[in-house]
Write a protein that binds this ligand. Structure first.
Ligand code: SIN
Length: 379
């Protein structure tokens, strides 16, 4: 039973693709018994406690970013994946709603870039939140409502804006990286042994319950000695972590709300994907119940602030069926600058897959990115 997904794979074939399809299958639904759940601790023999550096981040610094003291974080490594660190929800109770609000209300604002900008005018995408809150606050009626802009949001880029066509970043498409997210990233990466991390680019992915993210490697950044940081909020996901080749069968793990992942060292350039969004488990420390309960743990100079009940009403409605993932990247090493002609890119092996979300709104974009997506050929 334990090797259910891996046993599907024959030697030499694209094992990642096969296991991606296995977990993406709707009918019959797959067996999830191989999926590692870090919220249950070291429940698999592949999971080992990870060593952090609690001295690198004071309790006050952690709290200012909405994080528990580092000594209380439950951090894990995975055997066979050196440099991979998984931290099971290190957020202080009540601070996730702030980060969700930033992802839904603040970061999609100009000058940041989002998928809606590709086919809508700047005035139409000026106030995605404001234009969506009425629709999202409406109680469900029998009638099918048109989708709000927030529900059509698929990605937002921050800092050095990732160019999906050329798969590059460039010096001349940069807007200031959000200071609060920079703070959060600096504390987490320092605790994981990477002092001096500079958050320069961010990609937010917005997933509906039927979304997936195709198999890819994040290698567009010029300095791969710096980690890739990932933060997840809302519904859970199955995340597949593979090897350096598509023939390497990936390991499946759950990412729940508040979970943090770091890919560094030998794990920085591994294939990965999200084949499926799954409901947050019942009884799990639920973001939905955290609401606006932050006040008691707020620090002076905190980047995290109490969010209003009105904002929380919209955020909680959204995340009841959605997931938001934020990846934060340092693009340039110390003293490094962009080359004259950009030739660095996100790897997509010729003829293989690199699909982003599988919704009609993104199909045109996927073609223009000349990627043959798992999502497309699955449907
Ligand atoms: C990514 O690989 O860019 C995002 C993965 C995730 O959504 O967890």
């Amino acid at each position: 039973m334990a090797k259910m997904a891996a046993s599907l794979v024959e030697s030499g074939e694209d094992a990642f693709r096969k296991i991606f399809k296995f977990y993406r299958r709707r009918n019959p639904p797959p067996d999830f018994s191989d999926v590692i759940d870090f919220s249950k601790g070291a429940a698999s023999d592949k999971v080992v406690p990870a060593k952090l550096d609690p001295a690198a981040v004071s309790d006050a610094e952690a709290a200012r970013a909405g994080l528990q003291p580092v000594r209380d974080w439950r951090a894990f490594s995975l055997q066979g994946y050196p440099g991979f660190i998984f931290i099971s929800n290190p957020f202080l109770l009540g601070s996730q709603p702030f980060w969700v609000r930033q992802c839904l209300k603040t970061y999609p604002q100009k000058p940041n870039v989002c998928n809606l900008d590709m086919h809508m005018s700047p005035s139409e995408t000026e106030d995605i939140w404001g234009k969506s809150i009425h629709g999202l606050s409406c109680p469900l009626s029998g009638k099918r409502q048109p989708k709000t802009l927030l529900e059509k949001l698929r990605w937002v880029t921050l800092g050095y804006h990732y160019n999906w066509d050329t798969k590059t970043y460039s010096a001349n498409h940069y807007t200031p990286f959000p200071a609060d997210l920079h703070q959060l990233s600096v504390q987490i990466t320092a605790a994981c042994g990477f002092p001096g991390f500079n958050a320069e680019a961010g990609i937010l992915n917005y997933y509906r319950s039927d979304s997936s993210l195709g198999i890819h490697v994040d290698e567009s950044e010029l300095d791969h000695s710096r980690p890739l940081l990932s933060l997840s909020f809302g519904q859970s996901a199955i995340f597949l972590l593979g090897g350096t080749h598509r023939q390497d069968p990936p390991t499946a793990l759950y990412m729940h709300s508040g979970d943090v992942m770091l890919m560094s060292g030998q794990s920085r350039l591994l294939y990965h994907a999200v084949p499926r969004i799954v409901p947050a488990p019942q009884g799990h420390t639920s973001l939905e119940m955290e609401g606006c309960s932050l006040a008691s743990s707020l620090q002076d100079n905190s980047v995290v602030e109490q969010i209003s009940e009105q904002d929380w009403a919209v955020c909680s409605k959204y995340i009841q069926s959605s997931r938001v993932n934020v990846t934060v990247r340092q693009v340039l090493g110390p003293g490094q600058s962009f080359p004259e002609t950009a030739s660095y890119h996100q790897r997509t092996d010729a003829g293989q897959t690199d699909g982003y979300h599988d919704r009609p709104a993104d199909r045109k974009m996927k073609r223009s990115r000349s990627c043959d997506s798992v999502d497309n050929d699955e449907t």
